[in-house]
Design a protein around this ligand. Structure first.
Ligand code: PRP
Ligand code: MN
Ligand code: MG
Length: 188
């Protein structure tokens, strides 16, 4: 069966709710950055969908840049040691920077990224994430804009993958355990 929807357990956040939340976040960001110009930094690949929809919902003038990072360490668990696979094209010194993420899980990726970008001297640095899993947090990271807090379940869709699949689902759902053979706890 090639239908990826057959691998779903349930829809956690339907498309309309995601889009409504993104419009809310965009309105909040527009208010906070009034009169300024923003550099959105998307974290490949998961943030692609949020970035595309958030950018289109904003009235604030923006540029887009992208980073690709990968965690070192054994297994699939995020270790907190991060390697840059693709760095920013732009110099962010003196700029207002907003990191855009799909999900903050353990927080290790974002914590590293935040201090890495902070060291480059931006005028301001904030984070916007669509999803956050408070029960999975291993480190506290300052996140200014949060779409939804979700339970510690294996989620896919709207940028989020399992083995690179399911990113193109327009909603966020949970994967049926038979697909990944796991306990339901997501590994980064
Ligand atoms: C996922 C997700 C976040 C990160 C969160 O990315 O998109 O970037 O993990 O995990 P953490 O809070 O535990 O560090 P992943 O490394 O799977 O790469 P991807 O975006 O290409 O899927
Ligand atoms: Mn990611
Ligand atoms: Mg992933």
């Amino acid at each position: 069966e090639a239908d990826m929807r057959a691998d779903l357990e349930k829809v956690l956040i339907p498309e309309e709710e995601l889009q409504a939340k993104i419009r809310e976040l965009a309105a909040e960001i527009d208010r906070d950055y009034e009169g300024r110009e923003l550099l959105l930094v998307g974290v490949l690949k998961g943030a692609v969908m949020v970035m595309a929809d958030l950018a289109r919902a904003l009235h604030t003038p923006i540029s887009m840049d992208w980073m690709a990072v990968s965690s070192y360490g054994s297994g699939t668990k995020s270790s907190g040691v991060v390697r840059i696979l693709k760095d920013l094209d732009a110099d962010i010194m003196g700029r207002d920077v907003l990191i855009v993420e799909d999900i903050v899980d353990s927080g290790l990726t974002l914590s590293w990224l935040r201090s890495n970008l902070e060291s480059r001297g931006p005028a301001s640095l904030e984070v916007c994430t669509l999803l956050r899993k408070p029960d999975a947090a291993k480190i506290e990271v300052g996140v200014r804009y949060i779409g939804f807090d979700i339970p510690n379940e294996f989620v896919i869709g709207y940028g989020l993958d399992y083995s690179e699949r399911y990113r193109n689902l327009p909603f966020v759902g949970t994967l049926a355990p038979h697909v990944y053979g796991g306990s339901g706890e997501q590994e980064a």
